[in-house]
Design a protein around this ligand. Structure first.
Ligand code: CA
Length: 293
């Protein structure tokens, strides 16, 4: 039996995008609807919150100690000490109905992030990759709720989740150029288990998928399309996960309380908490960093 525990007494409205920073021994995450970036130093037990002037969809580490973030309309570099933002690319400034959502760096240090409609309109989102030169390339268009991403251990496959499809798709990925091709479906989540949200990969190449509405994270073999194990959490809205800790063996899991009724909140008093499965028995891959210069 694998047990989860709460990391700290704090509940996000929409906790998302956990990022482990080995050098700082801290876990970052965002609360999208509160315009907040959180950082919790595991050893010192210090919790810091930075409030910014727009919704942070996702963040990733950079090679300069800043964070690269997907924000309301585009990409920005954020100083995690004071919250200062320097916009890099106003990618979707002309699309007023969208906001950016989940994002992650590829093995080459480009930051990929996708957008979604603020009103839930299908097919309005796009997935982009941001290069060191500050240019954003459109990778996939017509997505609905752009979410989890992962790259295979040999850097040849890109895994991607557009949540309402209920699937993980794979593309051939060229690490030099960053281009993707040859889309195919590799995992289909049964409807009764929720919809796939955030995702991470372990050292055996298996995918860990947070199930929104499903109250669990589950581990999948993307080659066979089969679930290997499933870990229940005491909350329904499970948003994302990442391995952290000294040896990358602890699984950190973000959750949300947005949209829960009063009754559901009573039943799920931990909704929105950050959870951890210490010594999970599995090991993650160190987060790739955005190469700023
Ligand atoms: Ca998400």
């Amino acid at each position: 039996m694998i047990n989860s525990k709460v990391v700290l007494e704090y509940k996000s409205v929409l906790g998302e995008c956990p990022v482990w920073d080995s050098a700082g021994q801290r876990i970052f995450w965002v609360d999208v609807f509160k315009n907040e970036i959180h950082q919790f130093y595991i050893n010192k037990q210090i919790h810091r919150i930075i409030t910014i002037d727009q919704k942070p969809g996702s963040i990733a580490l950079t090679n300069t100690g800043k964070l690269i973030a997907a924000l309301q309309n585009g990409f920005g570099l954020i100083n995690p000490d004071n919250g200062d933002i320097k916009m890099v690319n106003d990618t979707e400034a002309a699309i007023s109905g969208n906001r950016f959502n989940d994002g992650k760096c590829d093995p080459k240090g480009r930051f990929w992030a996708g957008s979604m409609s603020l009103t839930g309109k299908r097919g309005m989102g796009n997935l982009y990759s941001l290069g060191q030169n500050g240019k954003a390339s459109l990778e996939i268009s017509g997505v609905s709720v752009s979410n989890g991403m992962a790259w295979s251990l040999d850097h040849k496959i890109f895994y991607y989740i557009d949540t309402p499809t209920g699937q993980v798709v794979a593309y051939d990925y060229d690490n030099i150029s960053g281009s993707i091709s040859n889309k195919r479906e590799v995992i289909t989540i049964p409807k009764q288990e929720g919809v796939p949200d955030g995702m991470t990969i372990d050292t055996e190449g298996m995918l860990w998928i947070a199930l929104w509405g499903g109250g669990r994270v589950s581990r999948w073999n993307p080659i066979e399309g089969k679930v290997i194990c499933s870990i229940p959490l005491p909350v329904t809205k499970v948003t994302s996960c990442v391995f952290g800790g000294d040896d990358l063996c602890d699984l950190y899991i973000t959750t949300a309380k947005v949209g829960l009724t009063e009754h559901e909140l009573k039943e799920q008093p931990l909704a929105g908490a950050l959870f951890v499965i210490k010594n999970s028995g599995f090991k993650g891959v160190k987060a790739y960093e955005f190469q700023e210069n």
